[in-house]
Design a protein around this ligand. Structure first.
Ligand code: NCD
Length: 303
């Protein structure tokens, strides 16, 4: 039985197969409409979510399966003090596969170790968010035709943003990637990541102003300042509008640069940018459904 805790749990070849399957699903969704008939997905969400939970549910429903779960720790037995290990043992009696989001780093991994069914990490604290990374990689591969050979700017909350941590982790396995980390000093990418890049000889740069690197970028990955992970409101208020991508800033970008964002967006991308052909964040959310369909099929060994 296989779980997904980290994007590196799949080899590059396995990911290629997964993305090929996601593209096949995109091209002919009807062919997969009954692939999970009789199967159930449990979504156990101890933290807020719109896209991740609903895209998992949509993915399973699109495959002809069924869904059950909870979207709030307060409405689950966690409120009575039940551990994730106990909860997953129970969920294993009710469902065939589980997607779990938890505010504590490592909680889905603890669950996986006691689970009778595959567990997918749907985001654990500020740590990892592997299915968002699969979504990001599928979007880049589908729209750029390749994974590798580009300069990617990651902008915003690089300290607490788990989507950023997961994406960097996954991208280092592809060739010729240059990272530019764009953040205020307070929200820099953690040292363990830059140390890992240095150790592997992967080039990266850290800048504060988006304007200083815009013309170099092939991909711009914008992120929200992660309000819920701040220790004090004052710091959040000071930093929340540090970056606002608007048409004017975008005028310095390459014609074929892609703008990605895991969403939700707050103020970091002005709505006037939404109509620009380079803005692909809403398309990205659609790719998230295809890749989760492919992932469910793969982990249930139905692919
Ligand atoms: C991200 C998350 O939950 O980490 N959202 C998502 O799953 N698409 C990004 C965020 O909340 O900022």
């Amino acid at each position: 039985m296989r779980h997904l805790m980290n994007p590196l749990d799949f080899s590059v070849e396995e990911l290629e197969k997964l993305f090929d399957l996601a593209n096949k699903i995109e091209a002919d969704p009807d062919k997969y409409a009954h692939a999970c008939e009789g199967k159930k997905l449990a979504t156990c969400f101890y933290e807020p979510s719109t896209r991740t939970r609903l895209s998992f549910e949509a993915a399973m429903l699109n495959l002809g399966g069924q869904v059950l779960g909870f979207s709030d720790a307060a409405s689950s037995s966690a409120a009575k003090g039940e551990s994730v290990s106990d909860t997953i043992r129970i969920i294993s009696c009710y469902a065939d596969i589980c997607a779990m989001r938890h505010p504590k780093e490592g909680a889905p991994m603890v669950a996986a170790s006691r689970s009778g069914i595959p567990v997918i990490n749907a985001g654990d604290g500020g740590h990892q968010h592997p299915t968002q990374t699969l979504t990001d990689l599928l979007t880049i591969r589908s729209l750029k035709g390749k994974l590798g050979g580009f300069t990617i700017g990651l902008c915003g909350d690089l300290k607490f943003g788990r989507t950023v941590h997961s994406l960097i982790n996954a991208l280092i396995r592809y060739r010729d990637i240059r990272f530019i980390f764009i953040s205020p000093k307070e929200l820099k990418v953690p040292d363990y990541i830059t140390d890992m890049l240095t150790e592997k000889g992967i080039s990266y740069e850290e800048v504060i102003r988006l304007e200083d690197c815009m013309p170099q970028l092939d991909l711009l990955y914008m992120t929200r300042v992660q309000k819920e992970r701040f220790f004090n409101e004052e710091d959040y208020v000071r930093l929340k509008d540090f970056y606002i991508l608007d048409k004017e800033k975008l005028s310095a970008a390459k014609e074929d640069m892609l703008i990605l964002h895991p969403l939700p967006r707050v103020n970091e991308i002005s709505v006037e940018v939404d109509d620009d052909p380079r803005a692909v964040y809403f398309k990205q959310a659609q790719y998230g459904v295809y890749v989760r369909m492919a992932l469910i099929l793969t982990l249930l060994e139905l692919a």
